[in-house]
Design a protein around this ligand. Sequence first.
Ligand code: BES
Ligand code: MN
Ligand code: ZN
Length: 481
Amino acid sequence: MNFELKPFGLVGVASEKCDVLVVLVPHGFKPAKDDLSSLVAQTLKSADLEAKAGKLLHLYRPIQSNATRVVLAGIGEGSAKEVRTAVTAAIGGAKTSSLKKLVVAFAAPAREDAVRATVQAVADATYAYTLTKSKPEPRTLTKVSITTTNATEVQATFDRAIAIVAGCEVAKEWANRPANHATPTHLGQAAQELAKASKFSCEVLGPKEVAKLGMGSFMAVAQGSDEPLRFIVLRYDGAAKSKAPTVLIGKGITFDSGGISIKPAGEMDEMKFDMSGAASVLGVFRTLALLKPAINVVGLIASCENMINGKAVKPGDVVTSMSGQTIEILNTDAEGRLVLCDALTYAERFKPIAVVDIATLTGACVVALGGVRSGLFAADEALGQALATAGDHAQDLCWRMPLDDDYADGLKTSFADVANIGGRAGGAVTAAKFLQRFAQKFPWAHLDIAGTAWKSGAAKGATGRPVGLLVEYLMAQAATK
Ligand code: BES
Ligand code: MN
Ligand code: ZN
C-alpha cells in the first residue's frame, strides 16, 4: 500500500480525482469559503450529518468534489479513538472492487495521534489474507492520500505510522497463516528472508544446536512433533557494538494442541495463532529496518509445535532447563513458559538493558482483560512504566498485572525445582511468576497477548498487536540517547 501525506485543506481536496473521498468532520467545524466546506456545513446544519464519531453521510458525485463517492464522517473531538472509529466505518461501507484511490481528508487540522489512527485504521480495514485462497479477491486499493493543512507538523508521526503498519502487516500475515503453512521451518525461512531484504542479521538454530545449548525444556515441548524446532536469533544493530541491546523474545508455538493434556476440539484451530508473539517480533524487525533508530535490538524466537506422538512429553515428566533448574511438567498444555524459559536464559549472553517477552501465554489473561488490553508484567518499575506509556501512545493498550511472590506458591513441587502450573486461580500471574525465575539477571517484562493478538468469531484474524506498543517503546529509547 502506498500512503502519502498532503498539505491540503478542503479547497485543495475538492479537485483530487479519486474513487472515494472520506472527509473527517469534527464538532464545531468552521467552514472556509470553498464549496466543499459549505456543503459539509450545510449537512451539519440540517442535521443530515452528525459530527459524532461513527456517524456517516454518503454522497455520489457531488459537484463540489472530483471524487466518485464522498463519505462525510463525524470524528467528534478528533481524538485518536474517534478518528479510528470514523475511518473504519467509512471505509467498511466504501470497500468495493472499484476502490483504487482513496483520499482521507481532515476538515480541520489533524492531531498527531489522529493521523496515526487514520493510517492504522486504513491499513486494518484493507488488509486481506490471501495465501491459501485459490481465487483471492485482488487488492485494488493502491494509493491512499491523507490530507490536512498542518501536514508538516504531523509528517514525522505519519512516517512512523507507515513503518508501524508495515510491521503489523508482517505480524498479521504470519499469525494468520494455517499451521501447515507456518511451521517452525517456515518461520525460520521468513526470518532469514526478512533479514536479507532489510539488512539485519539472522541466525536459525535447529535441534542439534539447541540440544548443545542444553535447552531441555524447549526440547521437551518440541519432541512430540515430527516438525523440527527452530530457535531464531535476529539482530538489528543501529548503534555502536558496545551499546547493550534490548532483547525481544517471541513465543513461537506454530500449533498448540495441548499435547497429552489435550485441548477440547472446539476452536482448537485458533491455536495456529499461538506464534503471534514470534510474529510480532518479526513485525518489529520489519519496522526497525524502515525507521533505522540508533539502538541495538536482539529478537529471539523459540518455535515448535506442541503435538502428540509416541515420544511426546508426559504429565509428570521432569526436564532440565538451560538454566539448570529442573521442571516438573504437570500439564503439557502449559508449554509456552517451557519454551520461553530457555530463551530467557539464552538472552543473558547479550547482557541486555532490558528483556521483553511476548506470548499468547494464558487463557486466564483472556478472562482477565479480554481483547482490549494486553497483560503487562514487569519486575522492573522503569521498564513497566515505559511499556505502559508506549502502549498509550501507540493506542495499543496494556494493563499492569501483579507479581507478588505469593502467586508462585502453587508452583512448588516435591519432584523438581519448580512445576509448570499452579492452580487455576490467577493463572496469568502464576505463568508470569514461572518466567520470572528465569529472568533474574536483567530488567524484565512479559506481555501476555493471548486476548489481544487476534480476534475470534466472525472477524477471526490476527490484529498485528503488540507491534505498535513495542516499536513505540524502542523509539522512545532511541530518543533518550
Ligand atoms: N496457548 C495457550 C494460551 C491461550 C489459551 C491463548 C486460549 C489464547 C487463547 C497456552 O499454551 C495454554 O494452553 N495455556 C493454558 C495453561 C494452563 C494449562 C495452566 C491455559 O491457559 O489454559
Ligand atoms: Mn498450551
Ligand atoms: Zn500455547
